[in-house]
Design a protein around this ligand. Structure first.
Ligand SMILES: Nc1ncnc2c1ncn2[C@@H]1O[C@H](COP(=O)(O)OP(=O)(O)OP(=O)(O)O)[C@@H](O)[C@H]1O
Ligand SMILES: [Mg+2]
Length: 113
């Protein structure tokens, strides 16, 4: 299992969710965050909303998937979020040792999807 974390532009969220659904990826956590990339928060002029100090408003997605869903998930995020401009975002892929559905106690592959 892997945990796919993506930081994207807030205005790309709807399109990313649509692309994920097309690939049968439905379970997702979404958070509003602030952050900065390698431009060190210098506003991505025409696109990002500037927040406190050098931080810009971003949207963070967390998607836990079985291994065979990693590439479709990454593809969907890129298809939905890429514009070719600075600040399109980044994807982090982490090993995920455990996942537990609280209601049933199921673990692993059975709990994840
Ligand atoms: N190495 C990192 N560690 C933690 N968060 C990061 C990292 N790189 C990017 N982020 C987060 O992702 C957001 C979007 O990053 P961004 O797309 O600006 O990356 P970049 O490396 O600056 O690439 P680009 O040159 O395309 O802008 C940042 O605002 C920050 O929240
Ligand atoms: Mg950047």
């Amino acid at each position: 299992m892997k945990l796919v974390i993506a930081v994207i532009q807030p205005d790309r969220l709807d399109e990313v969710l649509r692309r994920l659904e097309e690939k049968e990826v439905h379970l997702v956590t979404v958070a509003s965050v602030v952050g900065r990339g390698r431009q060190k928060g210098i506003a991505e002029v025409y696109r990002s909303h500037k927040e406190a100090g050098s931080l810009l408003r971003k949207t963070r997605l967390e998607i836990a998937v079985n291994d065979n869903f990693v590439q479709p998930t990454v593809d969907a995020i890129i298809e939905g979020a890429r514009t070719g401009q600075i600040g399109d975002g980044k994807i982090f892929i982490l090993d995920l040792p455990r996942c537990i559905r609280i209601r049933t106690g199921e673990e692993g592959s059975e709990a994840i999807g």
